[in-house]
Design a binder for this molecule. Sequence first.
Ligand SMILES: Cc1cc2nc3c(=O)[nH]c(=O)nc-3n(C[C@H](O)[C@H](O)[C@H](O)COP(=O)(O)OP(=O)(O)OC[C@H]3O[C@@H](n4cnc5c(N)ncnc54)[C@H](O)[C@@H]3O)c2cc1C
Length: 390
Amino acid sequence: MFDVVISGAGPSGSHCAKILTEAGFRVALIEKNTRWRKPCGGAVHSSVVDLYPQLKKLSSQKVTGVVMHSADYHRLEFEGSSDEFSIIVDRLELDNIMRDAALDAGAELFDNNVSYDFVVKNSQKMGVKTKSQTGTKEYRGKIIVIADGMSSKLAIKSGIRTKWINKELAIGKCAIIEGNHHLNLKRAYVFFTPFQGYGWIFPLNPKKYNIGIFTFGKDNLKHNIHQDYKNFVENTNITKLIPKSNKKVIWSSVYPFPAEGVLEKSLFSENVMIIGDAGGFVSPISGEGIQSAVISGQIAAETAINALRNEDYSNISLKNFRTNKEIKSIIRNFKLKLSMINFLYEHGGSNLNKMFKLSEIDSEFREQVVNMFAFGLMPSKEFLEKVHSS
Ligand SMILES: Cc1cc2nc3c(=O)[nH]c(=O)nc-3n(C[C@H](O)[C@H](O)[C@H](O)COP(=O)(O)OP(=O)(O)OC[C@H]3O[C@@H](n4cnc5c(N)ncnc54)[C@H](O)[C@@H]3O)c2cc1C
């Protein structure tokens, strides 16, 4: 009998396990496959690096700014605030480090176990059922945390939320490539597309980079992500930065992520909480999810610690997860981003084209664009009018 059973040892589940075990609780961390390299751009926000200083060994290079391009290739480069940066990592290494930190703290890992249902007794969820090569197993716990990402079976079985439908998702294809490039190692490169989505190139080191593209929302249905990826990497604006010759694809994959923000009505029920991608903790438009996965893992762990100390696992007790001010702030921030989508992408991204073009000649206007992307500030009415009338 564990205090908490966590399904999924990605960033959200591993972080949640670490906090719980550090507080003295017994945690089972169930993972389908620890050798899986989660498809990801690998951009990790500095707040996660602060929590896991051991990540610095994966990359000594801080990405402190972004070079953004509109769909018609107007260019806007900016430096972020002085205390915020990202590092670009190989996801397999990130997941290994975060999981090892949970295991060092005392969490018990059950690898090669696929969670597929709950152990139920008298309508009460008592634990998690898994399938492994040696048969089915049961892991019992007072609280169950669902952290097993987009393919979660438990999230559906819990009855807390329903299956994703295509338009609620983003679909991305990305690769790690070894080869020459002309990228500034302190910059992330973003290329907005005429459809909902963007392409990126994130430098890993002078001879390696992560490259990818995604579509989201209604545009998923109109697009073939493999074709979009091919068009992107062969585009002459991209091959200027990454020459076609001497390239070796180390790894490439396609995967979805939630595109419509946190499922705020579907985060918990009696003795169950949903965190990370499984709960929609991915920033709309940008697709960044590692930082909010970690925050959701932290708050779920804190909520579980209180519930365990009070021996109260009811949904009233676990509601503190949803009402926590950090979770509320993520939800607010994501809603703001969602409200910008139509403006940014209407008429094949023409507003973005105009914004980036105006930024090249008007420094005050440029500052507002930077504030919008870097700090999530809503543009003023005058700003929007200027874009529309240009
Ligand atoms: C193409 C792409 C690019 C991205 N780029 C970035 C980026 O650059 N920066 C960023 O911040 N975010 C990025 N994201 C988002 C980010 O990858 C996720 O938000 C983040 O990984 C969520 O962490 P998680 O722990 O909730 O889920 P996951 O990382 O998906 O981890 C879930 C874990 O559960 C395991 N699992 C799944 N099913 C089961 C099961 N049935 N039983 C047991 N275990 C199971 C999986 O093996 C996995 O280890 C990207 C996503 C995609 C798809």
